[in-house]
Design a binder for this molecule. Structure first.
Ligand SMILES: Nc1ncnc2c1ncn2[C@@H]1O[C@H](COP(=O)(O)OP(=O)(O)O)[C@@H](O)[C@H]1O
Ligand SMILES: [Mg+2]
Length: 230
């Protein structure tokens, strides 16, 4: 399998993120992580609840800012970026969540279009791309369906199509199979593997599921905010 050459490359060095505990102390949710994600690679973050998987994804996606350390995406340092630069960066990152987060009143097609609503000129036909993506995730013919008419696995497929509409070079998926039965979860992983090939994207996902992690080319096992030594 040839990795996509134009996915983003991410280099983390000694990244620390703390949260206040309320008693004046701080908890290190991510505690000195150094990690290199090659362009087009697929990495699984594993580890028990509270080990820092979501926080690490939020740092890479610039939803949270690191307290210290360095996160460079294609050589550009996130920790030094302005708010406007971070907003622009986030537009190039696709996010997928455990609970899908579809808008219930919108059709599958309109949900896929949500991330591009603010933009007038995209350089591509948004409706055409949304249809292509729904086709690519196996939902051709379901464009007009409301989320309530779709199964959990189908809803996650819509969410993945939505994450890809901006042509991201980096896709971050926080327990994307966590609300799905193992068979459906496996199908979603296979979908992500295929999309990585076709859409040239670097993928980082978190998972509790050892059988999902086993299919990923690289596993980073976290414990207390650090790669675990087991
Ligand atoms: N916004 C927050 N405020 C306070 N503590 C947080 C916040 N986000 C995460 N944490 C804490 O950081 C640690 C790591 O959490 P998280 O990254 O969500 O782990 P995981 O995704 O592996 O379950 C946990 O102890 C969690 O309670
Ligand atoms: Mg989490």
């Amino acid at each position: 399998m040839t990795p996509a050459a134009d996915g983003a490359g991410v280099v983390l060095r000694d990244v620390v993120k703390t949260f206040p505990l309320g008693d004046g102390e701080r908890l290190a949710a991510v505690d000195g992580v150094s990690l290199t994600l090659e362009p087009g690679s697929l990495t699984a973050l594993t580890g028990p609840s509270g080990s820092g998987k979501s926080t690490l994804l939020h740092l890479i996606g610039a939803i949270e800012r690191a307290d210290s350390g360095s996160i460079a995406v294609d050589g550009r340092e996130l920790t030094a970026a302005s708010r406007a630069q971070l907003a622009a960066y986030r537009r190039g990152v696709g996010f997928v969540f455990q609970r899908f987060h579809l808008l219930p009143a919108l059709t599958a097609l309109d949900n896929v279009l949500v991330p591009v609503l603010p933009y007038r000129n995209l350089g591509f036909d948004r409706a055409e791309r949304a249809r292509e993506l729904l086709d690519a995730v196996g939902l051709a013919g379901r464009e007009s369906a409301l989320p309530s008419r779709l199964s959990g696995g189908q809803q996650q497929r819509v969410a993945i199509a939505r994450a890809l509409i901006t042509r991201p070079r980096l896709l971050l998926a926080d327990e994307p199979t966590g609300n799905l039965d193992s068979h459906t979860g496996r199908a979603i992983l296979d979908l992500l593997l295929g999309l990585r090939e076709r859409h040239h994207v670097t993928i980082v996902l978190s998972t509790h599921d050892a059988s999902i992690a086993a299919e990923c080319e690289r596993v980073v096992d976290l414990l207390d905010g650090r790669p675990a030594v087991r």
